[in-house]
Design a protein around this ligand. Structure first.
Ligand SMILES: Cc1ncc(C[n+]2csc(CCOP(=O)(O)OP(=O)(O)O)c2C)c(N)n1
Ligand SMILES: [Mg+2]
Length: 267
């Protein structure tokens, strides 16, 4: 992820943020097709003033600041990709590996709705890149976590399986949404709740734990309230028309993954 702004910005959980001072033109050259890293030259002399590396306790933000050079961007990107690949195998129960496995388990041709905000970021970074004809949808807007279940159900259609990947707080923000299930005919919906016990994106952005709204709520009762099937973990076999699938990543492994990725790609 490359973000560019005129002002300091600390919201990046992964990638590179470029802060371009007002007196330096925006580096629009990077919008053209990019050459191979070997041919890369600096597109601007703008040195970047702000780093998005967070000092949050026990965690690390894998983002950094660079002098804008295509070669530097690609080299770092490659290093992160290679490091992430071996860490996915080393921490198989952490959230990134769980997202990878989920992306491999969703049947070819399905519609996949990605919720704000970690699910879409983590899918972007860790989902399998095999082309299995998945149709991806999302409602990014201003990153709102409200109405995500409703948006998904409104988008779901009978001609394919419909999957949503949502955070736990995102699901809690839209508890009445499953009312709409009774109005869906011949529509197969699978709502995956990645339950990491709070708004964990904030663990990587802020020092104060209160931002996370930690909780110990499970989602089985949500499924039974609305007559949906419930699965703890990815179901191995056939699933009925409406299912809630709750995935619980291992906290320690998730933290270790991010800390290790930051350590291995620093510099
Ligand atoms: C309507 C709305 N309220 C609050 C926020 C601020 N916010 C952004 S992410 C987030 C936490 C999301 O938690 P969860 O769905 O569990 O995802 P996680 O970060 O754990 O993956 C919150 C409260 C928002 N984006 N939209
Ligand atoms: Mg969460």
């Amino acid at each position: 992820v490359l973000s560019i702004s005129r002002k300091p910005w600390r919201g990046l959980t992964f990638g590179t943020h470029l802060e371009v001072p007002r007196d330096i033109p925006l580096p629009l050259a990077v919008e053209r097709p990019l050459p191979a890293a070997a041919e890369a030259t600096a597109v601007t002399g703008a040195t970047v003033a702000s780093a998005a590396r967070s000092g949050a306790a026990g965690s690390a933000t894998v983002s950094r600041t660079v002098v804008l050079s295509k070669g530097a961007l690609f080299d770092w990107d490659r290093r992160v990709t290679v490091a992430a690949e071996h860490l996915l195998a080393r921490f198989p129960d952490g959230e990134p590996a769980l997202i990878r496995r989920l992306s491999e388990a969703i049947p070819a041709g399905a519609f996949v709705y990605l919720g704000n905000s970690l699910p879409i970021r983590e899918w972007n970074q860790f989902a399998s890149t095999d082309d299995r004809g998945l149709a991806i949808g999302e409602s990014r807007g201003a990153n709102g976590i409200d109405g995500q279940v409703s948006t998904f159900l409104g988008w779901a259609s009978p001609d394919r399986e419909n999957w949503a990947v949502l955070g736990d707080l995102t699901a809690l923000y839209d508890l009445p949404a499953l009312w709409a299930l009774r109005h869906l005919e011949n529509v197969r919906v699978r709502i995956v709740v990645v339950n990491n016990g709070g708004g964990r994106i904030f663990q990587r952005l802020f020092r104060d734990d209160r931002f996370q709204n930690r909780h110990a709520i499970g989602f089985e009762a949500w499924a039974s309230l609305w007559g949906a099937e419930y699965h703890a973990g990815l179901p191995p076999g056939a699933v009925g028309p409406a299912a809630i699938i709750e995935l619980r990543p291992d906290d320690d492994q998730t933290e270790a993954f991010w800390a290790q990725l930051a350590a291995e790609t620093r510099g």
